[in-house]
Ligand binder design. Structure first.
Ligand SMILES: [Cu+2]
Ligand SMILES: [Zn+2]
Length: 198
């Protein structure tokens, strides 16, 4: 005789959070010899951007996250600067900037730029998430929105695109949450009544 029916309702939520990403930089058209490797790692202080770009002309080069992770046919396919909040171009430390505005990288006399910065605006998840988007290294310096002309507030007048790549995932963490576990104890009468309703 069935005296009790125990039903356990278990709901689970699984979601993944990106922890780190990587981009390999090169010129898909083969015109420049610029190459690089940059990682983006979540830390308590922001996203740590670290890497090396080589084959550059000595000096400053604009360095941005662009909207699209498309490099088919060349770096122009990455479109404009990643700008989900529809702001104007600026410096990394400005409150008004594109999310993708990471400023300039500096190449030494041998054409090598070492990157080691922490940025609090870009993110790996959510609205400012950069995973799957493009990174572009420019021919010229980014004027950080202070060039005094219209383009300065769009592109920073950083000129051509000498290398680009798509930010891929290195590591992700999976969170699993469970909630609502219920146990129903039903007597025989309840079961009969329940069956009667079907
Ligand atoms: Cu750019
Ligand atoms: Zn910008």
């Amino acid at each position: 005789m069935l005296k009790y029916l125990i039903a356990v309702a278990l709901f689970g939520l699984v979601h993944a959070q990106f922890q780190s990403g990587i981009v390999y930089l090169f010129d898909p058209t083969g015109k420049s010899q610029v190459t690089g490797n940059v990682t983006f790692t979540k830390t308590p202080n922001g996203i740590h951007v670290e890497g090396v770009v080589q084959g550059l002309a000595p000096g400053l080069h604009g360095f941005h996250v662009h909207d699209l992770g498309n490099i088919v046919g060349g770096c122009t396919a990455t479109s404009g600067h990643f700008n989900p909040h529809k702001k104007t171009h600026g410096a990394p430390e400005d409150s008004i900037r594109h999310v993708g505005d990471l400023g300039n990288i500096v190449a030494d006399q041998s054409g090598v730029a070492k990157i080691d910065i922490v940025d609090n605006v870009i993110a790996l998840n959510g609205q400012n998430g950069i995973i799957g988007r493009g990174v572009v290294v420019h021919e010229k310096a980014d004027d950080l929105g202070k060039g005094g002309n219209k383009d300065s507030l769009i592109t920073g007048n950083a000129g051509g695109r000498v290398a680009c790549g798509v930010i891929g995932v290195i590591c992700r963490e999976i969170f699993i949450a469970f909630w609502t576990t219920r146990i129903y104890n039903l007597n025989r009468f309840d079961i009969v009544r329940y069956n009667g309703l079907i």
